[in-house]
Write a protein that binds this ligand. Structure first.
Ligand code: NG6
Ligand code: CA
Length: 516
């Protein structure tokens, strides 16, 4: 596969001297939608900390995650390779093996090589150990994020709705309870253990709406079976506190050296069970409370940076792994209590979808030392963070690494407003959308337009090609492919070139960067 970054010499690297290198924090929200933050127009919930970040930085209005679900999106971010190029990168179980294997060169490796202290804190969802389903959770795992560049990690293995429901610190269960050894199984229940389906009377916190009827932890049933855990089991209401505390401790510990922190919140993924102190202060019930809790976590990080005198030279990128969803499997009244709120703002589709709501996400960059305040409409993608941050810290990326990531540093810093020439959007079933300028092409797929296990999700799947003009039709309501067959065919063929990594052909079409 050819490297793209070489062809992008038109972008002058921003020279940052080694002593001046900023700390870098990626705040990765989970399932937070384009319309879920007050600074992006949300009305029913207050997000003062994120609003502050936006008011002090670049708030992008046309930014994309590479995929509409978590595992492929995060895989692409950390490897710089589109997940649809690689088998085994779809939504991972809690007992999946490490999807990014130790020999791969990751974004964390890049920072580590540059002398940064590195950490991954919060939601992982990229597998642990060498083999799926055979981890011995009672011993140190055979491989973990420490093997792909993260000096420190404090993680949930997958999602809060998947077992094991414990934190894993540097590859071992945190607060391990020797009285309650852990067994995890994704195929069959462990004899004698209650499940959400068989024992709904034990669901004292949240009841499932679909799926999520297996192991019960903290009065909430999950995906997968689990026994044990004892004192190590998390309480959902304390997850934000716990990961935020660990993040602040990491910042404090490394206040005197450059650090890179991937801070991946559990909010606002299901099960939404935020701490009492966030309850009932907005019109939207638990989903709104989870947004408020997310905002609180961001506020805590900002205060820590302020009090340590680190804010000025810390580059914060706040974004989300994929679009939002209202009912993702628990009876938390998220749909009933929207009160007019639209999690995707004006966009159609949602998490799982090829439509804009699946992957167009909030994206804010704050770096007081270098980045001026603006609302920035430049079309950008998280896939380019790898090469761009590499340019920022002056790291050469090995030729076989990050094949889909371009150096677009000046886009992210707001000094170049040239759009990314194309955006690829991956849906749950790995079918793709392609945005080029105002045109959006959605490739045909035979899968059902509705996800059976998930009510009211508009996937955007259809057996025929679609073309939308986003400048007139941001909600992707009018398929114009029959009216514009030549354009439809052209975008379809460009998507084919991207799939084949045939960048010479794309360049021959004149579809390339033309930065100032
Ligand atoms: C789905 C789950 C959903 C969520 C999603 C992953 C069911 C019925 N649904 O399979 O609740 O966990 O996987 O979400 O099990 S993600 O944001 O981590 O990709
Ligand atoms: Ca997600």
């Amino acid at each position: 596969m050819k490297r793209l970054t070489l062809a992008l010499a038109t972008i002058s690297p921003l020279i940052v001297s080694a002593s001046d290198r900023p700390n870098v924090i990626i705040v990765m929200a989970d399932d937070l939608g384009y319309g879920d933050l007050a600074c992006y127009g949300a009305k029913n919930v207050e997000t003062p900390a994120v609003n502050r970040l936006a008011a002090e930085g670049n708030m992008f209005t046309q930014a994309y995650a590479p995929a509409a679900t978590s595992t492929p999106s995060r895989y692409a971010l950390l490897t710089g390779e589109y997940a649809w190029r690689r088998e085994g990168t779809n939504i991972a179980n809690g007992d999946a093996a490490m999807i990014i294997t130790p020999e791969r060169y990751t974004m964390a490796d890049m920072f580590k090589n540059a002398g940064y202290a590195t950490a991954a804190i919060g939601k992982w969802h990229l597998g642990l150990g060498h083999e799926s389903g055979t981890q011995n959770w009672n011993e140190p795992l055979s491989c973990h994020p420490g093997d792909i560049g993260f000096d420190y990690s404090y993680l949930m293995a997958a999602t809060a709705d998947r077992v094991p429901c414990v934190f894993i610190e540097n590859g071992q269960i945190a607060n391990y309870d020797p009285e309650a050894p852990i067994t995890v199984d994704y195929r069959k229940n462990i004899p004698g253990e209650p499940t959400g389906r068989a024992n709904p009377e034990l669901l004292y916190n949240l009841h499932y709406s679909h799926g999520h009827d297996q192991a019960i932890v903290n009065g909430i049933s999950r995906i997968g079976y689990m026994k044990g855990g004892g004192k190590a089991l998390w309480k959902d209401e304390n997850i934000a506190d716990s990961i935020t505390t660990h993040a602040i401790n990491f910042i404090k510990k490394h206040a005197d050296e450059p650090f890179f922190m991937y801070f991946a919140t559990n909010d606002v993924h299901v099960p939404r069970w935020p701490h009492d102190r966030f309850r009932g202060k907005n019109k939207m019930g638990l989903r709104g409370d989870a947004i408020a809790q997310f905002d609180w976590s961001v506020g805590q990080l900002l205060s820590a940076l302020d009090s340590l005198g680190l804010a000025e030279n810390t580059l914060i990128i706040l974004t989300s792994d994929n679009g939002p969803i209202v009912d993702d499997g628990y009876k938390d009244k998220a749909a009933e209590l929207l009160n007019g709120h639209r999690p995707t703002g004006p966009l159609s589709g949602s998490k799982y979808s090829t439509l804009e709501g699946g992957t167009r996400i909030p994206f804010i960059v704050r770096w007081p030392k270098k980045v001026n305040q603006s609302t920035n409409p430049t079309i950008i993608s998280q896939i380019d963070l790898f090469a761009s941050l590499g340019a920022l810290i002056n790291q050469r990326i090995p030729t076989d690494a990050a094949p889909d990531s371009f150096n677009r540093l000046e886009n992210f810093l707001g000094t170049d407003l040239t759009d990314r020439p194309w955006i690829v959007q991956q849906a749950l079933n790995n079918s793709l959308g392609l945005r080029i300028g105002e045109l959006k092409y959605v490739e045909p797929t035979q899968d059902s337009p509705e996800i059976k296990w998930c009510p009211e999700v508009v996937t955007g799947y259809a057996p025929h090609p679609r073309l939308y003009n986003l400048s007139e039709d941001i909600g992707e309501a009018n398929n114009i492919s029959e009216k514009y067959p030549v354009e439809t065919e052209k975008l379809a063929s460009i998507l084919g070139m991207i799939k084949a990594s045939d960048y010479e052909a794309i360049k021959a079409l004149g579809l390339w960067y033309s930065s100032p």
